[in-house]
Each structure stands twice: as structure tokens, then as C-alpha cells.
Design a protein. Structure first.
Ligand code: NDP
Length: 465
């Protein structure tokens, strides 16, 4: 069968773009089709704008803290429209970089919505990025689905009044009272953003502690950090309905409480984006939550079609999608030693203020493999001994497998935790032992040095049989 391309990538997000560029670098004829934004979720409606907004939200407290260091500056007011415009300008610049990067790699850029006609044929239809384009078809030997994910809302009365992260990046004004539902990554990151910029934030979540799935000590520490940021928490609670009231909303919780808000924000997870992909014309199988089923080689159940990133609902993080895309492109190009990553020790960060970063196992997960030694510390970072914000604690924890003495988990809540964790992730990925941490000289004075000076075991936790 004649194919115009060796590889067609559907979706120009982080994973798709990496896959396309690596394959083109190996000499393949590659096309990428994108329906909405060059750069995908991370660049347009995720990591990048989020981080800029987190940074924006931290200046107010920093100005106040500077008084203790001799400055006389005043906090002033925040101009939301100016922040959004500056953030949008930067994203437009990045969109341009993505396009020129793909063009320079000799990749054909296609705009429109991709719909399978069969396992090797895709019809490209008009989409927001190309509303006036005529439909056309493309044939490729290999097709990679890298369409990402989209936010979901709970199915409750009034859900249509609530926004998700997609809309939060473009609100015309900053809401003064925000109710955020969900205490995962997005809930906490936006709670921190709005609180830092001066909004009153109510955070509603179903569990006792935020961040289900993270280490229990760190979840407890995060709960304290959220309170220290001035956010009101409603644990063991879920919304049952939302009503519009005047220019605002009232949110009724299942504990009987009612919260008033100018904005209700659902940060209640994301689902794989497979809408209108025409998968029914192929043998690609999906699971109940819409995730495309793949094996460890990212092959779907249809030979010739692959899937990477959030659409497979594996580890929904940008660097993971990039790793999957790179590895797949190497393999499709017949490279003998495709580049691989240790996804088992993928570090993660929640960009709250302060951030929480982690690599490896939680204490509980580690105990499923054997008894563990736990090293734990909690202290006021140097900056806040002067600023007076003594409720802004730094918390660190190392989880050490007792038998091998390998550090199998590291967890930090505190300023610069994400920056610290990248280096610690190398050590944990390399399987280094506690003694290797102990013989590493600290950098003084830093918070990070505590990670190599944790001498006394806090406790020993037996294995769970
Ligand atoms: P998460 O899965 O992290 O958190 C979802 C939250 O919503 C949980 O608190 C969950 O509660 C709650 N929830 C789910 N359904 C309901 C419901 N029906 N009613 C009430 N609460 C509900 O999802 P996010 O949307 O925060 O983020 C999506 C993914 O995006 C993340 O998993 C992560 O992979 C990625 N991401 C990564 C970031 C980073 O690396 N910094 C930043 C942002 C996103 P419960 O725990 O009780 O189920």
C-alpha cells in the first residue's frame, strides 16, 4: 500500500511533538496534525501557564516578608488582566517555537481534526485551528495517537455553572470568592494561585487529607500548608448541587453546608480525549474510562496504531509523554537501543506554595516490599525565621528499605522542593543507599542539606504481609 508518510502523529502536545521530531531525525517522512493549539495542554492550558500564575501569586507575600529584611515596599494591588495578557504573550511565543521546531525538522504540519477512516487512513476535518479548511485524507504506515486529556466535571445539578482549568486560564477578572472542588494537583495549584492573588478560597474534598495517593505524612503536612496559606478546607465533603444566585453561585455540600462563591471550579480529574477520532473504524480498543489500551511498547490492539501520553491514562505527566514518544520513535525507526527512562522513579511536584515534590515510594507502598526505616524532619526555613511566617514549615522524609538500606522514597514540602527533587531523583533512580546520602557533603546554608544530614532514624515500620 502506498503511504504519503511513514508516520502520522495526531496531536501536537509534548509527547506527539517529541515523537515526530525524533522520527524525522531518524529520516522518516513525518506529519503532525493538530486541531487546537501547537504545544498541546502543557504549553497552552497546563504546566506552563500554571507555573507562571503560581509565580505571580507568590510576589504579594514576598513583598510583605521583605519588611523584616529592611525593605519598605508596599504590597499594592494585583492586575489580573495584565497577568493574563503577559502569560498569553509568552504562550503565543511558545506556539511559534513549536511550529518552527517542527518545520525545521522537515515535518509536515497539518491543521484540523483527525478522524480515522481505516487503520492507515485519516480524514482531516475543519477544527478551531483551521475552521475554513476543506477536508482531506492522509495515509501513513504508522499512526500515533497523542491527543491528551480533557477535564471532567461531576454530574450534579448546576455543574454547567462551574469552570475547569481550561477556563481558569482565561477568566476576564479574578473572582473574589472561589470554591474549588478536588484536592489533586490542579485543585491545590489553583487554590494556591487564587489565594496568593487575594481571593478567598474554599477547598472542598472527599477525603480526610488532600492529595490521595501521596505519602500520608506529606498529605498531613500539605493540609497544614493549605491552612497556612489562608485557604478554608472542607474535608469529607462533596458538592451536591450548584445554584446561580445574582452574579454569584451557592454550592451545597453533602454535609449540609452552603458556600457562596463568584466562581466554582471543578478540579476533579481528566479523561482521555478520544472524541470523534473514529476509532470504531479500527481495531483500537479502549477501557471503561476511555483510555486507549496499549502494551509496554505503546502498541494498541490495532497493528500500525500506537498511543502515548494522557490518552493512555498511564502516568499523566508531560515528561512521561515525552519519554514515551521518544522511545516509540526510536523503535519505529529500528534503532537498536531505543532511549528509555526509569518511569518507576518518575519524580512529581505539586506547585502549591510551598510546593510538594516526591520521588519513589510512599512509606506505605514501601512496606509492601519489606520493613522500612523512616527519617523525618520538620522545620521553619531560614527565610521565615525572619519574616515571622513560622507556620510555613518545610517537611522532609526519606523512606529507606531496611534490608538493602536503599533510599526508595524521598518527599519534600517546602520552598524549592521541585528544584531539589530533580537531583534526589537521580540518586533514587540509581538505587543509592542511605549511607551514600550520609557521605554526601551538604551545601550550607540550605534547606536541601537536611536531606544529607538526617542522622537519626525517626521510626521503623514493619512490612505489610
Ligand atoms: P487528580 O486526579 O490529581 O485529582 C482529582 C481530585 O478530584 C481528587 O481530589 C478527587 O478526589 C476529586 N474528585 C474526583 N471526582 C470527584 C467527584 N465526582 N466529586 C468530588 N471530588 C472528585 O486530578 P486533577 O484534575 O487535579 O489533575 C489531573 C491530572 O493531571 C493529574 O492526575 C496529573 O497527572 C496531571 N497534572 C499534573 C500536574 C503536575 O505535574 N504538577 C499539574 C496538573 C495536573 P478523590 O481523591 O477522593 O478521588
Amino acid at each position: 500500500m502506498a503511504h504519503e508518510f511513514d508516520l502520522l502523529v495526531i496531536g501536537a502536545g509534548s509527547g506527539g511533538v517529541r515523537c515526530a521530531r525524533i522520527a524525522a531525525g531518524h529520516g522518516a517522512r513525518v506529519a503532525v496534525v493538530e486541531s487546537r493549539h501547537w504545544g498541546g495542554t502543557c504549553v497552552n492550558l497546563g504546566c506552563v501557564p500554571k507555573k507562571l500564575m503560581v509565580q505571580a501569586s507568590e510576589y504579594g507575600d514576598m513583598v510583605e516578608d521583605s519588611h523584616a529584611f529592611g525593605w519598605t515596599s508596599t504590597r499594592g494591588t494585583h492586575d489580573w488582566a495584565k497577568l493574563i495578557a503577559a502569560k498569553d504573550k509568552e504562550i503565543t511565543r511558545l506556539n511559534g517555537i513549536y511550529v518552527s521546531m517542527l518545520e525545521k525538522a522537515g515535518i509536515t504540519l497539518l491543521t484540523g481534526h483527525a478522524r480515522f477512516e481505516d487503520a492507515h487512513t485519516v480524514r482531516i476535518e475543519p477544527s478551531p485551528l483551521a475552521p475554513d479548511e476543506q477536508p482531506f485524507t492522509v495515509k501513513a504506515r504508522h499512526i500515533v495517537i497523542a491527543t491528551g486529556s480533557t477535564p471532567v466535571k461531576p454530574d450534579i445539578p448546576g455543574a454547567e455553572f462551574a469552570i475547569t482549568s481550561d477556563e481558569a486560564f482565561h477568566l476576564p477578572t479574578r473572582p473574589q470568592r472561589v470554591v474549588i472542588v478536588g484536592s489533586g494537583y490542579i485543585g491545590l495549584e489553583f487554590a494556591g494561585i487564587f489565594a496568593g492573588l487575594g481571593s478567598e478560597v474554599d477547598l472542598v474534598y472527599r477525603q480526610d487529607l488532600p492529595l490521595r495517593g501521596f505519602d500520608e505524612d506529606m498529605r498531613a503536612a500539605m493540609k497544614e500548608a493549605i491552612t497556612a496559606r489562608g485557604i478554608t478546607q472542607h474535608s469529607h465533603a462533596s458538592p451536591t448541587h450548584i445554584r446561580k444566585e445574582g452574579s454569584g453561585y451557592s454550592v451545597t455540600l453533602d454535609n449540609g453546608q452552603t458556600l457562596e462563591a463568584d466562581c466554582v471550579f471543578f478540579a476533579t480529574g481528566r479523561r482521555p480525549k478520544i472524541d470523534s477520532l473514529g476509532l470504531e473504524t479500527t481495531k483500537v480498543e479502549t477501557a471503561d474510562n476511555g483510555r486507549i489500551k496499549v502494551n509496554s511498547k505503546r502498541e494498541t490492539t490495532q497493528p500500525g496504531i500506537y498511543a502515548i501520553g494522557d490518552v493512555t491514562d498511564h502516568l499523566n505527566l508531560t515528561p512521561v509523554a515525552i519519554a514515551e514518544g521518544h522511545n516509540l520513535a526510536d523503535r519505529l525507526s529500528g534503532k537498536e537501543t531505543p532511549r528509555s527512562w526509569s518511569l518507576r522513579t518518575t519524580p512529581k511536584a505539586v506547585f502549591f506554595s510551598p510546593p510538594l515534590a516526591t520521588v519513589g515510594l510512599t512509606e506505605e507502598e514501601a512496606t509492601h516490599h519489606g520493613a522500612v526505616d523512616v527519617y523525618f524532619t520538620r522545620f521553619t526555613p531560614m527565610r521565615h525565621t525572619l519574616s515571622g511566617r513560622t507556620d510555613r514549615k518545610t517537611v522532609m522524609k526519606l523512606v529507606v528499605d531496611q534490608a538493602s538500606q536503599k533510599v526508595v522514597g524521598a518527599h519534600v514540602l517546602g520552598d524549592d522542593a521541585a528544584e531539589m527533587m530533580q537531583g534526589i531523583a537521580v540518586a533514587v533512580t540509581a538505587g543509592l543507599r542511605k549511607v551514600d546520602f550520609d557521605r554526601t557533603v551538604g551545601i550550607h546554608p540550605t534547606s536541601a542539606e537536611e536531606l544529607v544530614t538526617l542522622r537519626t532514624r525517626t521510626r521503623e515500620t514493619p512490612a505489610i504481609n
